[in-house]
Write a protein that binds this ligand. Structure first.
Ligand SMILES: [Zn+2]
Length: 146
């Protein structure tokens, strides 16, 4: 069986993150199985930022990754105008969206498919994955209602 690389609509695969990244390996590992995991404080279960090592609430420096619902709402959104031939494949403006997940986490992402408009604030979204090189990256795949 021959694996066919799926090209991302936005970025060249040379920009793929390292799937064995020290901080985000759990995220990328789960994403490769179409599963969204996010970090929580191991002591008090507060949702943590992706790169946050110490809990703001209890000061614990231990993280626990758990599967979360791939759903959220648009907290902020903008339309990015960027032309960088060779690295950015897209030639049209594309949305960058700050999503508040139902788990309480916030994550900035774009869309699985090209989209020429930014979604409205408060729109409910479903999170899927883009594939950049061998790495799956969370991205909005469905606007659930508008
Ligand atoms: Zn804590």
């Amino acid at each position: 069986m021959t694996a066919t690389a799926v090209e991302d609509w936005l970025l060249d695969s040379a920009l793929a993150p390292a799937a064995d990244d020290d901080v985000l390996a759990p995220l990328y590992g789960a994403a490769s199985r179409n599963e969204l995991v996010m970090p929580f404080c191991a002591a008090c279960a507060l949702p943590l930022e992706l790169d946050q090592e110490v809990c703001d609430s209890c000061g614990t420096a231990e993280r626990a990754w758990s599967t979360v619902a791939p759903r959220g709402t648009v907290h902020a959104a903008t339309l990015m105008h960027r032309r960088e031939p060779g690295l950015v494949r897209g030639v049209m403006p594309y949305p960058i969206v700050d999503v508040e997940l139902t788990s309480g986490h916030r994550m900035v992402m774009t869309t699985v498919q090209p989209a020429g408009t930014a979604p409205p604030i408060g729109a409910a979204v479903h999170i899927g994955f883009r594939h950049l090189g061998d790495v799956a990256i969370p991205a909005i795949d469905i606007l659930e209602d508008q």
